[in-house]
Design a protein. Sequence first.
Lengths: 128, 128
Amino acid sequence: MGSIKSNGRRVFLNDEECPIRNVVAQIGDKWSILIMFALIDAPDRFNSLKSRIEGISQRMLTQTLRDLERDGFVLRTVYPQVPVKVEYELTELGKGLSASVWTLVSWADDHHADIRKARQQYDEVNAE
Amino acid sequence: MGSIKSNGRRVFLNDEECPIRNVVAQIGDKWSILIMFALIDAPDRFNSLKSRIEGISQRMLTQTLRDLERDGFVLRTVYPQVPVKVEYELTELGKGLSASVWTLVSWADDHHADIRKARQQYDEVNAE
DNA sequence: CTGTATCCACCAAGATACTG
DNA sequence: CAGTATCTTGGTGGATACAG
């Protein structure tokens, strides 16, 4: 549909072409990043992930894992035992994304204090 | 509330401490990144931003700019002319964030084809 | 153990109309 | 020009029950 330009580079807004829409928006949801980070060190099983990521529901874990699998970030392997065991691990693509995201989260962590201070100031000035 | 560990580093889930929740989630919305990228090269006025970022509504532009201002990423300056002129620009903090985000978007752009291919494959295998 | 299937509440976000 | 005020709605995500 449209686009903006930044640093001489076109950033598309339409859903087909825009990397922001297609990638950043996908992992900008509530759980994607947390799940990927939980898989950075080693593969893990469904229920183990569920207990490590506090607050996530079974439904959201399943759904988010499916989305990550669909995008090629996560590989799902079923071991036909009884009871069945399902392991999730990052693909090479997923590892690359995680590394990129880590840069951002790292920045966020380093500047967390500044941001909280800015918020506090803003709220004081615009006191309700 | 809880936390997960990644690379030997604790990633908190509670709203007070978690940098993912506090920063990534904030800019993971529909418009924040696009607005910041629109301001990377130079400051801009409200209506100019509105026309450059196609598809954004007046309401969302105002609201997202307020949030970015509150977090200290954007500076708002009012010039008391007639008609009034309001300029928005990135702060140093905002420039730092934009740079970090750019890394991610850049990665996304480079691997966009892989992701789309993965999706296509997934959808073929799981044909409805 | 690893899911799927429903139902439902909430809220982000669009449309529209109005204002300093 | 640069907003604010309402109203409405689609979709995200939680709770719960059930199944292979």
